[in-house]
Ligand binder design. Sequence first.
Ligand SMILES: C[S@@+](CC[C@H](N)C(=O)[O-])C[C@H]1O[C@@H](n2cnc3c(N)ncnc32)[C@H](O)[C@@H]1O
Length: 295
Amino acid sequence: MAYVMPLVPDADLEWALDYIDDCFWKPSRQGAEHAYTVREWRKHDDEGFVRFVTLIRTYGHPENFYRKTYIYLHIDGRKYWTMGSPMHETIIINRAPSNAFYGKQVAPLVNRTYTETVYDRLAVRYDDKYSEQNYLAENARLFNTLTPHIKGSVLDIGCGTGLFLEYIPHHPAMYLGIDPSQGMMNEFIRKFPSHAFRQQTFDEFDGYGEFDIAISLFGSCSYIDPSNYEKLKFSGKNYYFMFYKHGYLPDYYVSPDETMTSYKDLENVFDQLHIFGNYLVATNLPIDEASYENL
Ligand SMILES: C[S@@+](CC[C@H](N)C(=O)[O-])C[C@H]1O[C@@H](n2cnc3c(N)ncnc32)[C@H](O)[C@@H]1O
């Protein structure tokens, strides 16, 4: 069976090879070829452990371990993986030969062309970053207004690490998430291995019009080319899209020009626009006025 070559940047790869050499790998009971290293053993170099786990989860690919799905990074004939907890709870890195597979593989093992985005490196920290009380309160406010309208099939555009599914455990057969970021994809699959995910931008997406509702939460649709706004509007029978409000961009974003939402472009396409915190919501749903401000 083929395995996926890593897309790790050269400097990181060079560093990773040294790190791997430096660690103590204890053979596991599964056989000498399968080994592991423990975070505690290198207390002096916790930063190194975090960096290597970040590389695994950002640049690795999903493979099945029997009925579970983990993210595996192949380097130099071996693959490395962790058991899928948040970073602060991750304590072990495993390794095995690249050609060792565990159970039937249903996760796709293909080489992809791929462009690194700002979200790749952020992905492993994304959920932690947005776990502060003010963000959780904003999520609760959003899902209070959105949940009653979620019926039938859902297209989640720029689904990231799967925020929607955390709040609404929608049936896997009725959900498709799309997102171009490899790092976000890995976090999503790690958390929701039964839900369908396609690694692509909305601009590349060709299945529009088939969904009962299309959503794009917390700014994802701001990355879509305005020439595709009409296509966006008709991507679902109902829609709920959250663009960044003009002048607002998340702190990690480095090139603001690309994502400055123009109200004019939006007004030309969408009938109803409302303000929700730092976001501009375009929707055809009957909204609860109390949760929004007028434009
Ligand atoms: C701010 S995050 C929001 C993620 C998720 N919706 C949430 O609320 O947690 C923006 C997401 O949009 C994705 N994205 C960037 N360009 C995109 C595009 N052209 N089409 C679809 N998604 C895109 C990014 O990879 C990232 O995961």
